[in-house]
Write a protein that binds this ligand. Structure first.
Ligand code: 4AD
Ligand code: MG
Length: 462
């Protein structure tokens, strides 16, 4: 059989020829002489119109009753219909019902709200919007691998189960084999994790960065692409408890190299989807986010802005705008600030660098001012932060001092400290939130609608 995507893209090659397709009924209406079925096979968010006639197929009465969601095999002739809405249709010669469907199928022909579709995450891939979203998600994953592989980066699989908290934010999902209703305790009353399966306290990873650093100091250029988990209770449209992250890590690189790589990667991804998913992008442009394609096209051909945190704070103060969360040097930038900077001031992606050390993680390289660290966040219009990165602290003594300040125990990070002892050259990396880049290129406004099975506080149905 042939994919519907192929029929749309190469219609000329199939005109007036016999084709065989398989898919599911989206709609079916008929009179007593002929009928129309919209058939979708998932290869494309658009369906194909099947025309069947009393005189053309032997089981007309049965096909006329084929319900929505039934699976069909259709053999017929592709006929161009230049004057109609669809560029072609298929005149059926044979239609076989391969699977029926119950009448209470929830996805009827009308437009459903995204909220309703979230409740049926197992069926929503069958709707046009989610067909387009998840195909683009797949393509972007491929583009990212291609971007790094073309430059000889090594793909590293970092652990999902880990004994260290990379971000130091305490937002880890614990995993344990201990009976937590009645856990074994040490003499001083603490839970005795030495009796746990792993012999210590472990969690799901919040980031593969620390492990990626070990590989960067062997391979120079590496990247991870895997699931990460955060038990942050922020019920926003941009946070999920389980999300995917891409974390390149590059030895002999500084903060500027890091931003150059991130900018090239974002442009590569955008270029790739515009090139390889033109129909899906057209769909988002028409139905999800008007002007999306123009905006994305502009991004490829212009430099991203780069400003320091201190400059960002000045710009926010000078704006005279009343923010819900007041601005002063030292605050962590909130979504409203991030969006103001990218949407109102620059109207394009902006790197913000050199944040106060107090609001960033222990591994970031301390700047000469002793107040800020060599961090870079990438903020984009519509979404806010999509990348967080930094140059890493490669100086053993400075790192130790920083960890002391934060109450981190050196012995817990002994392997990480070793990297600073043996050829610990300067290095840098960043984390791209995979769902955030999907939101950015599709215009979808909620992270729950770009994750196949979103995990957010109080939701893990599947
Ligand atoms: O800024 P974050 O926390 O940085 C790190 O984890 C570093 N270890 C990355 C590195 O330098 N290798 O997270 C990186 C990105 C964010 O910019 C955001 O896009 C995404 O991950 N992210 C989330 N996406 C969805 N839901 C959440 N709860 C997210 N938390 C972070
Ligand atoms: Mg961040």
């Amino acid at each position: 059989d042939i994919q519907i995507r192929e029929l749309y893209r190469n219609t000329d090659a199939y005109a007036d020829k016999e084709v065989l397709i398989r898919g599911w009924v989206r709609t079916n209406r008929s009179s007593n002489k002929f009928g129309f079925i919209e058939l979708n096979d998932g290869s494309f968010f658009k369906s194909v119109q099947i025309v069947y006639e009393q005189d053309g197929i032997e089981n007309f009465d049965k096909i006329a009753k084929a319900p929505i969601a039934a699976a069909l095999m259709v053999r017929g002739t592709l006929v161009r219909t230049p004057e109609a809405k669809q560029p072609f249709e298929i005149k059926a010669k044979e239609v076989v019902i391969e699977a029926g469907a119950d009448a209470d199928y929830p996805l009827q022909k009308k437009r459903h709200s995204l909220e309703f579709l979230r409740e049926i995450a197992h069926l929503r891939p069958r709707s046009n919007t989610f067909s387009a979203v998840f195909r683009v998600r797949s393509l972007v994953a491929y583009a990212i691998h291609q971007f790094f592989q073309e430059q000889n980066f090594v793909y590293v699989h970092t652990p999902i189960v880990t004994g260290s908290d990379c971000e130091g934010a305490g937002e880890m999902f614990r995993i344990t084999t201990l009976d937590m209703e009645n856990p074994p305790r040490t003499e001083d009353g603490k839970i005795d994790y030495s009796q746990d399966f792993f012999g210590k306290e472990t969690s799901l990873t919040v980031s593969g960065q620390l492990e990626a650093e070990t590989f960067a100091l062997a391979f120079r250029n590496v990247y991870t692409f895997g699931p990460t988990f955060r038990a942050e209770n922020s019920n926003t449209a941009r946070h999920a408890s389980e999300f995917w992250m891409i974390e390149p890590e590059v030895a002999f690189a500084d903060l500027t190299d890091n931003m150059d790589l991130a900018e090239a990667m974002i442009k590569y991804i955008i270029h790739y989807v515009l090139e390889n998913a033109p129909e899906e992008m057209e769909f988002f442009n028409s139905f999800v986010d008007k002007g999306l394609i123009d905006r994305l096209t502009n991004i490829i051909s212009n430099d991203f802005a780069r400003i320091s945190y201190t400059e960002a704070v000045d710009l926010l103060l000078q704006s005279g705008k009343e923010f819900q969360y007041p601005v002063e040097w030292g605050i962590d930038l909130q979504t409203e600030h991030e969006r103001y900077i990218t949407e109102e001031i620059f109207k394009k992606p902006v790197f913000v660098t050199d944040y106060p050390k107090e609001i960033k993680a222990f591994y970031m390289r301390l700047n000469d001012d002793n107040k800020t660290v060599a961090a870079c966040d990438l903020l984009v219009p519509g979404v806010g932060e999509i990348i967080g990165g930094s140059q890493r602290e490669e100086r053993y003594d400075v790192l130790v001092a920083r960890m002391k300040e934060l109450g981190l125990k050196e012995e817990d990070y002994w392997w990480y400290m070793d990297l600073r002892k043996y050829g610990g050259v300067k290095h840098a990396g960043y984390g791209l939130g995979f769902e955030r880049i999907i939101m950015y290129v599709t215009g979808m406004g909620n992270i729950r609608d770009v994750l196949p099975f979103p995990r957010t506080p109080k939701t893990a149905e599947f």
